[in-house]
Design a protein around this ligand. Structure first.
Ligand SMILES: *Cc1c(COP(=O)(O)O)cnc(C)c1O
Length: 391
């Protein structure tokens, strides 16, 4: 099977058929599995034979998803969790102990900030933030007890790009693990493990599902690291449900197709917004005006499906713009077939002070668009009429 290309593996890597000879893989909604006899049960529990025991440990639908995601990311193995945040927390909880230290880019997802600031310190794990593109800063922040360098690229919502190859060299020199939240890019566009990252994490809730139906998290790494993560997760219980794994495995069959269109449409929208008189600035990784476009083109195949821009007139204009949209959904999700608009300054990042928001690239008028799969002209006409309506 592994001679095939990723597009084929995302479709064809699947569980063996049951005696029903089904074409599409069935859903294994079962919490546990039965054994032939007492000896079979003993051997399964002592890892002498491979067998499913209990769905907190393993499940055929989850295993199929793991095989696909590991192949797509170019990793040896993978683990699945109930949500993206469970994947982030599981990674830290499995690999770190009291007294350990993390160096992280300042530009990370809101709940990841909460882990660093309020939750991990309860167990004596501390974090030092570095500005996303301060490479010297990462080096200087690494201490004797630093075990993980953590980052997101492209970052949410400012779309900052961090040079993975450069950071990969830093961690190799220092002997620490590089963990990358690859949620915005997906493995179709970016494979962090190829640039020296040890672990790639996903909120499968976003592009992997792509239709706003299920929550899920994925961790991809080398076999030894995944064994360590599995050891923690099997006993602490952040397992992905078989149903969600089944949905996600089907979703991956169209991931390449969807990402192609998300990226094509997002680039077209970014170019049009850049020429719109009501727009102050636009940020998109593959626009020539993006400050890190060269790095983006080195490590990403396409620019992704997210566009951020600022409406002239600041916070109030930004809010009026959102109210004038008809087609776009106002919802905190992203990576959906439906186009979505959000205003981070008044929602996800409203708890930060304005200067803290600016430090991670979020101005008051910044609008984040997740460009969907609707017809490009319908998406554009909605944006254009909303921009015109705010003058
Ligand atoms: C949504 C998101 C997460 C968290 O994922 P959930 O599935 O919502 O728990 C983590 N990182 C990034 C970049 C995200 O966008």
């Amino acid at each position: 099977m592994n001679q095939y290309r990723p597009e084929t593996l995302a479709i064809r890597l699947q569980n063996e058929r049951t005696q029903e000879n089904e074409h599409s893989v069935p859903l294994y909604l079962t919490s546990s599995f039965v054994f032939d006899d007492a000896e079979h049960m003993r051997a399964a529990f002592s890892d002498e034979v491979e067998a499913n025991i209990y769905s907190r440990y393993s499940n055929p639908n989850v295993d199929e998803l793991l095989a696909k995601v590991a192949a797509l990311e170019g990793g040896e193995a993978a683990w699945a969790t109930a949500t993206g945040m469970a994947a982030v927390f599981t990674t830290f909880a499995a690999l770190l102990k009291s007294g350990d230290h993390i160096v992280s880019s300042r530009s990370v997802f809101g709940s990841t900030h909460q882990l660093f600031l309020n939750i991990l310190p309860k167990w004596g794990i501390t974090t030092t933030y570095v500005d996303a593109d301060d490479y010297e800063g990462y080096l200087n922040a690494i201490q004797e007890n630093t075990k993980i360098l953590y980052l997101e690229t492209p970052s949410n919502p400012a779309l900052e790009i961090i040079d993975l190859e450069k950071i990969g060299k830093v961690v190799a020199e220092k002997g620490i693990k590089l963990v990358v939240d690859n949620c915005f890019a997906t493995p179709v566009i970016q494979q962090p493990l190829k640039f020296g990252a040890h672990i790639s994490i996903h909120s499968a809730t976003k592009y992997m599902d792509g239709q706003g139906r299920v929550l899920g998290g994925l961790i991809v790494s080398d076999a030894e690291t995944i064994l360590q993560i599995q050891g923690f997760a099997r006993h602490s219980g952040p397992a992905m449900s078989p149903f969600n794994a089944w949905v996600l495995s089907k979703s991956l069959e169209t991931l390449h197709l969807r990402m192609e269109k998300h990226c094509t449409q997002a680039l077209a929208i970014a170019e049009r917004l850049e020429n719109h008189p009501s727009v102050a600035w636009v940020k998109y990784p593959f626009l020539p005006s993006h400050p890190q476009v060269e790095i983006a083109k080195k490590q990403m195949r396409r620019g992704g499906g997210i566009v951020t821009f600022e409406v002239k007139g600041g916070l109030e204009a930004g809010r009026r713009f959102l109210d004038a949209l008809n087609l776009f959904s106002l919802t905190p999700n992203l990576g959906d077939s439906r186009s979505i608009a959000t205003h981070p300054a008044s929602t996800t990042h409203s708890k930060l002070k304005p200067e803290e928001r600016l430090a991670v690239g979020i101005s008051d008028g910044l609008v984040r668009l997740s460009i969907g799969l609707e017809h490009l002209e319908d998406i554009w006409e909605d944006l254009d009429q909303a921009l015109k309506s705010i003058g």
